[in-house]
Ligand binder design. Sequence first.
Ligand code: ASP
Length: 323
Amino acid sequence: MKKIVAITTGGTIAMKLDLKTGGLVPAVSGEDLLAAVPALKNIAEVEVIEQSNVPSGHITPQMMFDLSKKIDELAKSNDVDGFVVTHGTDTLEETAYMLDLTLHTDKPVCVTGAMRGASDTSWDGPGNILAAVKTAACDDAVGQGVLVVLNDVIHAAGEVTKTHSVNTDTFQSPWWGPVGHVYFDKVVFRRKSICRQKIQPERLVPDVYLIKSVAGLDDFLFKCLIDKKVGGIVVEAFGCGNVPLGVRDGIFEACKAGIPVVLTTRVHAGRVAQVYSYKGSAGEMYPHGIILAGELTGQKARLKLMLALGLTKDTEKLRRLFA
Ligand code: ASP
């Protein structure tokens, strides 16, 4: 029987209704969480490590980076075959992507969570844990990178995003689809995400900020960030990489000040590209030093820039890492 280490971090999956406040709060320990899934004993030997019990909005990039180091350390043991990380769904895709970029181990790592709390009639936690452990214990998951497993669907960390605020079928990989499915008797993979990458610096650069383009946005936020001499800026542009003129001014000022600026799109799928050459388009801004982030969402590009800046500040090298 395979051995899976389950690392619990918190999230709705470990929350219950607090009668005093009328809302969900952290309440379920790592041990209790796994004990709620008795069927696990037929799948794998599961060791539980309670890393934290916090909402995922409290998880920082540094905590994600430290979790990656911890998993790599545990993965050195020949006794351990794979990992499941339980996590709040709000930033789950960010932790999964950070792990995917930084982990050295090839052992399966499956990140899961729940949309309904443990005091809910329709708590989806136990089913998601079972599916995640089944996937982590499956031979075909080796070398697939970090996987997000919820609702019996398996997604690649780099492609998945939360698409609905409360529905249990919230995790989707827009325009790509899942990499596999979890059935009652078997885990089936139908494709492999081939665009995975490793960025493994000693430390990350945390002060990277994300600005979303909206109609008529000016350069005020850029001025603040330039003043603060931040490590980097990610801009979510419109469409395939177009921004308002005020944002263009801000981008140019930041580039002049030596702050790397990465361009992504606020659209849910597709890449930024040099389609246009008018003022404020990716094509016009590229010669001024912007870095194009391909198909990454803003939140993932931000994490990638934090890691990439741990290796280099050189624009051409950053461009290659994001190409
Ligand atoms: N707010 C929760 C969290 O991310 C949502 C969840 O876990 O589904 O911690």
